[in-house]
Structures are given as C-alpha cells and as structure tokens.
Design a protein around this ligand. Sequence first.
Ligand SMILES: Cc1cc2nc3c(=O)[nH]c(=O)nc-3n(C[C@H](O)[C@H](O)[C@H](O)COP(=O)(O)O)c2cc1C
Length: 553
Amino acid sequence: MLVLRYHDQTKHHFDRFARSRGYLDWATQPDPFRRYIGAPTIELLRDALADTVPYEALFDGSAEPAPVSERSIGEFLRCSVGLSAWKQYGASRWALRVNPSSGNLHPTETYLIRDGRVYHYVVREHALEERCAFDASGEEEEAFLVALTSIHWREAWKYGERAFRYCQHDAGHAIGALRLAAALLGWRLALMPRWSDAQLSTLLGLDRDQDYTGAEREEPECLAIVAAQDPSRWLERDPSPLAEAASRGSWRGTANRLSADHAEWPIIDEVSVATRYPGRSMCDGATVRGAAVRVGSAMVQGSTVQGSTVQAARSVAPSHPRTHARSVILARRSALAFDGRGVLERNAFFSMLHRLRPPAPPWDAIDWLPQVHLVLFVHRVQELVPGVYAYLRDDAARAEWQAAMRQEFLWEPLKANDPNDPNGLFLLVPIDCRRLANRLSCDQEIAEDGFFSLAMVARLEASLRERGEWFYRRLFWECGLIGQVLYLDAEAAGARATGIGCFYDDPVHEMLGLTGHAWQSLYHFSMGVPVEDTRLTSEPGYAWEQVAGPGSR
Ligand SMILES: Cc1cc2nc3c(=O)[nH]c(=O)nc-3n(C[C@H](O)[C@H](O)[C@H](O)COP(=O)(O)O)c2cc1C
C-alpha cells in the first residue's frame, strides 16, 4: 500500500528527521490567506449571538437552536475557523485562529454552500467570496453545507514530506471546531458519506484549472451538512445533481499565488491521490476488528514509582475555569511552555477522558467507530500514580490492542471512586515517565512539564485494509478531533494544551512493544499550566472586537 510507504518514509528517527528542506526559506514563505481575486466579497455579520451558552452545552446538545441565517452563519464561522488574535514580537506580527494548525501554517480553507451559491470564507476579513452562483431549485433553507480543503504547500514549505500528515491533523481539528461551533448554536453537523472527493472538487471549483493559473491547488477534504435538526435525511442524498449544477454554474475569481516559488515533494502528491475518497457507494464503511498482531520485546526505560501519588503541597493549580462555551472557544491557544508544578484534578481528568468517547459531539460528526486509542504519560494528576496508562475509546478494542502491546504491561483497571469515572483507563506501568515523554516527543519539554502528555495510537493497517487507503486521512481526522476536544477542555479547566506533531515514531512503538503496521502512533498531545511568553503583545482577531471582550487573553 502506498500509504504505508508514505507513512514509513515520513517517520522521525532519533538520528534522522523525515525529509524536508531543513531550513526555513523565508523568500518563499506562503501567504496564510487565500483570496479569489475578482469574486464579489460579502461581509459577514459580527454579532456575538451565543455568548451565554454554557460550556457543557457543546457536548450535551442543550443549546437552543438558532435560526439558520446570515447572522448565525457569521457566528458559526467566527467561532470555528475565524481569527482569535494577532500576536506581535518585534517587527513580526502574525494571526492565530480559532482552529489550531501545525506550525501555525493553516493549510485548511473553508467553503460554504447555501441557496445556490458556493462561497469561500475569507478569514482575515470575516467575509465570504462568492465563487459560484448556480441553479438551486428544490434546495432547503434550514440547512447548509460546509466544506474543507487543504493547501499542502503551506505545511510542506516548513515540514517537507511529513506535511501531508499535518494537513490531515489540521483538517481533523477544523472538523472538530466546526462541529462544536454548530453545537454552540444548537445545530448538528455530520460529514456527508456519499460525496466522493472528485464530486467535491467539482462542487468547490477546485478542478477549474483556469482559476488556479500559477496558484497553489487545493485538495478536497470533506463536506458536511449543518442543520438545526437531525441531519440524517440529507446524508443519503445523491450528490450528482448538486455537483452537476455547480459545474454548470457561473464562476468568478482566480486564486491568489501564495509563494513566489515552491519546493517539490512528489510523495505528497502521490499519497494525496492514493487517499482520495471514492464516495460511499464504491466502498464499505463497516467497522471490523480482529487483525493479527505480533508482540515486541524491548525494555521500558525509566524509574519505577511504586504507589506514589502527586503531592499537593508543592503544586500549582490551574487558573479559574471558564464556564461559557464561546469564551472557551475563542480563548483556545497552544501553550509554549508549562509550569512543571501544575496538577490537574482527578475529576477534571476523568471528565476529559469521558468526552473522548462517542456518541456525544463532536463524535456524531463522523460515521466510524473509534480506531484511535490513547497511551497517556501521566505526570501530575491528583490521586493518580504517575505512569504510563492506556485509555480505550472503545472497550471492544482491548483484546486486540493488549495482545499487540508489551506483555509485561499490567493492564490494571483504574478503580472507580465515583460512578462517573470512565471505563477504559488502565495502568500499564507505574513510572516517572517525564523524561521518557520528553524524549519520545522530539525532546520537547511540553511533553514533560504538563499534567500529562499522550500518544494517539491508531489501529492502522487493518483499518486501511478493511476500508481502503482513503481511510488514512480519516485516522488523522480522528486524532485532530481528539486534540480539539482536549484543547477546549484544557481552556475550560483554566489550563492549556498543545498538539505535538513532532515525535520519534518507531521509538514510541518500541517502548509500547508494537511491531509492524498494526498499530501506529499518529499524534501526540500535552496539557498543563501554561507559562506565558510576556514578550508577545496581543490584539483581538478582528479590529471591531474589544481587547477585554469574551475570549481575549
Ligand atoms: C497537528 C499539530 C501539530 C503540532 N505540533 C506541535 C509540536 O510538535 N510542538 C509544538 O510546540 N507545538 C505544536 N503544535 C502547536 C502549533 O504550533 C500551534 O497550534 C500553532 O502555532 C498555532 O497556535 P495556536 O494553537 O495558539 O492557535 C501543533 C499543532 C497542531 C495542530
């Protein structure tokens, strides 16, 4: 399988990183903002509609549904893929967004399809560019479509061949951001399983060569329906009439060129083609388990900590938790460093784990069962022995995963103190794993200094063989969704998180005893009490928002 070749070729090793230029070529730094020059621009409304919705409503579906209108769609995009801040250090000024991105390079573009129009979201201005007007007879008004694409070059400029992985993580984060912004407005959102990537290209005009002369192309990722009610009746609709109507529509605008020059990474083009989604009629979406796995034999490095728990006396607690969903969403940031004394409350930790299991949002946006489970490096969680833990996001995966892992792991189920404690958490080895976590995550201190860090370990080869190579992208999306929930939960708890795309792949597998391609770590993550970089100055994402307004920090 080409994807497995791509995956192996883009691993980081202790003595060698995946292929990239190895330096930042500032002369070709990509423009972070795509525009379609000549397309009419429509300003979106700026009202904060949902600033009293409680944080829990994102996950329990209790927000009162807002009418689908220009106002609410403005709020939806602002709270999912809009700008969250402008940062400045010396002469450098850069924007941050509500959705995170590896290296802040933001390869993901967003489109909206509604009332016979295809719009591109202009992030910087919080506006829509009207790309296409088409005959939309029979379309209903109480729902709309939202689509994501990736511009691989934005990530490849810095990360070379590994960039395709990061584009997929980022798409997953963006799906999570869209799903939870929909929940903020009392809406549902679900990916449309019947749309092939080729049909999505036609709908979005990505296959219109004449609109991309000299400009970087966009790769289709996904299309989702957003509705105030149960979206199931839209999911099975035949995509062809809408795709054909768009292809016959009236198109405007040509894509801006993002870089003066480009480095070529042919393996990214190859893996993009190999992982294009053929649409559900041509592939089987069923979830099957039971792949054969082998067991490794290397030793775990680190010092054993028998029975010790975190000492509260020398700890630093998170700051005040946030209670409103909108302010949590807009405040989400990556920590640059953690205070190594931060301690997370046991209950907060458990409720975070609980949210990573279906069926609550954002898990209702996707139509496959969990294929990604967690290996946690727990450093400082109240009343929890530091150590390496496994967290199953689906109990049924235990036998297959346990058989694949190092046989000496304890698999000691965590004793529930409370009926709300989650199932699925197992102590594998009580150990001070701070150095281990740091080393495995490309020697990054954020993996060591937080409450915990983790590896997202995917059931890789079997899930690809069962479905097709296209599922490779979706495994990364699942990781991005996990990361997005944890990012928000960290903010809500008064703490902060950071995604970790840089880790030494096979040393992680060796530590866990995993061999072959059956299980592979796809993404790492960390959470703790942030240490702010006071040298940076901050302005709101949009000039009309007050510095002291909701979400600004
Ligand atoms: C997929 C992904 C991988 C990332 N990898 C790392 C990493 O290895 N190290 C790190 O310090 N930050 C990492 N980050 C954090 C990004 O640098 C951060 O999201 C970006 O700078 C934007 O900042 P913001 O999250 O505050 O909006 C990663 C983020 C994502 C989404």
